[in-house]
Design a protein. Sequence first.
Length: 159
Amino acid sequence: MRVLSINARKAVYDQESDNPFFLLLTINHADLAEPLYFINNRENITVGSTEYTAYPFQIDLPSDKEDEISRVKLIIDNVDRQIVQTIRALTTAPTASLEILFYDMSTQTGTVEAGPFNFTMRAADYDALVVEGDLSYENILDEPFPADVFTPDGFPGLY
């Protein structure tokens, strides 16, 4: 169960509302001077001390299969070559963080209602129109179980 702020709940329950919900995207990597901040809006918005750049993107939510790791498809319009150049320059997988922002138009303030949902961008493909990335959670299905080996050196109290 997710707890929403009072203003966000009011906007959800109202038949019509001027207050939108936005998706915030942060792409980060050790090789980047600073993270890339995007918002799926037509104008930039500052949340806290961070300015999110208006950029058209969407996400496709994963299927709900219990025997596979959920993957989110990130689709970014390739209107600016900055993202393609950034992806080409990276040698390892970047991280992506998604948050849902409720924006109160009357006060011009935003509240993060859900997230951050942290992913690793496992694969990226691009063409002249879009950049697509496969985002996935940490792969816990390939982790050894149990995580430790019970030996006399590691667990002397068992022997």
